[in-house]
Design a protein around this ligand. Structure first.
Ligand SMILES: [Zn+2]
Length: 58
């Protein structure tokens, strides 16, 4: 089973989705995207919690 995250799932108006085999890999894709697309060099704890809650197993 893979893990999936979509920016839309946390209310962002963005078409980005990430998919990976592990949470760690997924989070690194999300962090990279947040940095380059959303100018979020650091993800705050509240957003991080929201993101983790939005991760689905697919
Ligand atoms: Zn995004």
């Amino acid at each position: 089973m893979a893990k999936q995250f979509a920016c839309r799932d946390i209310g962002m108006e963005c078409e980005f989705t990430a998919r990976a085999e592990t949470d760690e890999e997924l989070m690194s894709q999300i962090k990279e995207h947040a940095k380059t697309a959303h100018n979020m060099a650091k993800i705050d704890a509240k957003t991080m919690k929201k993101m983790k809650a939005a991760i689905k197993s697919v």
